[in-house]
Design a protein around this ligand. Sequence first.
Ligand SMILES: Cc1cc2nc3c(=O)[nH]c(=O)nc-3n(C[C@H](O)[C@H](O)[C@H](O)COP(=O)(O)OP(=O)(O)OC[C@H]3O[C@@H](n4cnc5c(N)ncnc54)[C@H](O)[C@@H]3O)c2cc1C
Length: 434
Amino acid sequence: MAWDFETEPEFQKKLDWMDEFVREKVEPIDLAFPDPVAPYDRRNPTYKKIIEPLKAEVRAQDLWACHLGPDLGGRGFGQLKLALMNEILGRSAWAPNVFGCQAPDSGNAEILAHYGSESQKQRYLQPLLDGDIVSCFSMTEPQAGADPREFRCQARKEGNEWVIRGEKYYSSHADFADFLITMVITDPDVPVHQGASMFLVPGDAPGLEIVRHTGLGGEPLGHGHHPHLRYNDVRVPEENLLGGPGQAFAIAQTRLGGGRIHHAMRTIAMVRSALRMMCERALSRRTQGEQLARKQMVQEKIADSFIQIEQFRLLVLYAAWHIDKGHRSEARTYIAAVKVQMAEVLHDVVRRALHLHGALGCSNEMPLMRMWSGVPVMGIADGPTEVHKVTVAKQVLKQYEPYEGLWPNDFLPTRVEEARARFADLLEAEVGNL
Ligand SMILES: Cc1cc2nc3c(=O)[nH]c(=O)nc-3n(C[C@H](O)[C@H](O)[C@H](O)COP(=O)(O)OP(=O)(O)OC[C@H]3O[C@@H](n4cnc5c(N)ncnc54)[C@H](O)[C@@H]3O)c2cc1C
């Protein structure tokens, strides 16, 4: 019997160590250094002082870069174990960097490992895995969003170089990344899934221009780390092509699948914190003569949140299990389903927690408004909800056939007639007995 919801005792010990380590040593860093990109700033000497000793502890526990296989310095735990780890790491913005599995570097490392040449791996992958450099994934365009069919950024071959021209938007961390993985059209005459390619572009490549430092809502205009980029005939040597020409689509799918589910795993941590805050508030606060927790509408908020979180968690773990088993088609369906549900659960649970905290919830003295600002991002980044719903629907529809004839397969007159014919003898006897 294969169904099991238990964690191996040895691995549970690792999770217990992580739980305490993150609570005691990493979460305080979030409070002292709240800038969202501080965990990525490899050039900052304070960063090194903070993070290096913690990284050493993680390595000593053999938990560094656990999203990777043993050939790349990880443990090859697989996605299911990674999900349980990310449920802890998601409590802190710093923790993924301390454990060497932060986005977007984790996804970029994954595609370099899959598609990179030996020299690309040496120059870009190894220092990325060691946590010595950071990277950017530059795909979205201002007019195109998630749809590569609308991409205009192109590269043309000149001698033994590729020359990239065009614009990209929301290239997160491009303002300080050591290198970018850039998806561009290399053959506009064929369908985009055959005509787009990926290039490794050094962060200081001549011609790479930051048009604007786009930030998230709430950040001052002109500040932020999701820049609008212009590639002004940026030249990269032939060997900076990642994979083969025309392979960008396949490469992007490898990357985005992992990225989406890792965000979902970390979201579980966030919504669990919101539920904890909600329950603590309900038990601590009195209104109109009784504890908030005794009011049925408050109980409903808690029950709905608990049920949604548990459903979501099981969906994430099931998606992770499909990935580990190599069930490609199922993994695709479940990753898309998880991506859709992640934004919903975060929205519902954080909203309830925030609402229950009243004015305090709306203030900057609780973490809830910050969580709330992540809600729209979860429904957009890595592709909007609608696109993933389309994927789920197409995958589900593949399992069914149209019915023949005018009436549906479940048309009761036909089904009852068939059933009656099957039991005709018994039905006749029964009528006779009346
Ligand atoms: C915080 C953050 C970080 C990001 N980081 C990166 C990064 O590092 N690199 C990168 O390349 N990109 C990045 N992005 C960009 C992200 O991938 C895109 O925002 C996303 O793909 C959606 O594109 P768009 O914003 O143009 O929205 P659109 O694609 O225009 O979608 C906007 C809306 O249009 C509607 N819509 C779209 N498609 C459909 C459909 N098929 N059916 C029905 N309605 C639809 C939906 O309402 C959707 O929400 C980031 C985005 C965010 C918010």
